[in-house]
Design a protein around this ligand. Sequence first.
Ligand SMILES: [Zn+2]
Length: 352
Amino acid sequence: MGSMPPVVWSEDVLRHEPGAEIWVGVRTPGTEVPDRARVLLAAVTAAGAEVLRAQPHDDSILRAVHDPGMLHHLATVADDWAAGEYLALVGQDRVVPYFFPTAGMLDGLPATPPAATHARAGMWCYDTMTLVGPGTWEAARAAVDVALTAADLVAAGTPATYALVRPPGHHATRRAFGGSCYLNNAAVAAEALRAHGHDRVAVIDIDAHHGNGTQAVFWQRPDVFYGSLHVDPGAGWFPHVVGHATEMGEGDGAGATYNRPLPPGTADDDWLAALADVCDRARGAQAMVVSLGVDAAGADPESPLEVSTEGFRRAGEILAGLGLPTVLVHEGGYDLTRLGPDTVAVLSAFGS
Ligand SMILES: [Zn+2]
């Protein structure tokens, strides 16, 4: 005991079963599975962490991050889909969009909300990888309660907490979900720390992928810094069109975004140097949210970065070395053998 920060948890995060991902038109097995959370819970428990139950919260902070229309969509579309005979018609039991009313399609025309559920399916998401089924909303909303409870504890004086959540969140923007993410748990935690009186909050994102959703939420905000190191989207990796070094915020938020895209194959030393650089840019923050993805692990099927468990341990030391009140929010990590050890390696630097 004492070598790990307190862990916040809800059984309800297990309720989302992606079932599949549709990639280049092909149905493939989903990798963002409930077993990820079971593995993490077993690992932090074995490491001696205290596990605390998430408390229910209202939608006030959540609505500061996401459009209420998107929240309503996610809360209702699985039931509407189930009532729409898609299973009987074509054997499809998950909400899968086929139609995206993009800015290019509308070209300035006003859009009327669609009558068909299969058209509505594409109104609030941007890929075909992030399916909605029974339990998706309940799990995503539970993850938000976990993040908010973890932020409450830090606001009350706990030096650091770990929000053990799935589905992950950093690809979810204000008005669209995607990239296996539905609700942006890290952005919610940052907003909660702001609401608790921390005037300047840093979000440091060590997931292997750029957190386009978090960057978008805070793009024009000077009070929340977003810094990320990730595999270079320019090398062909998700989220493809954003996450480049030239993106540094806009308007009042100019200078409060910082990206360190890294080439495929990047291993410990270069990855840790990039992390130290990102942390330098976060100076002046009064509290921190870590988007804790561990898919930069060498064996991870979702990224070509090559970070070792020892690298994650050193990353924890760099992050904890900032000495800030910290909420660590889980993001990616899809190799079930590395997920537990790598996460504990980061967290162990935050034990009291
Ligand atoms: Zn990732």
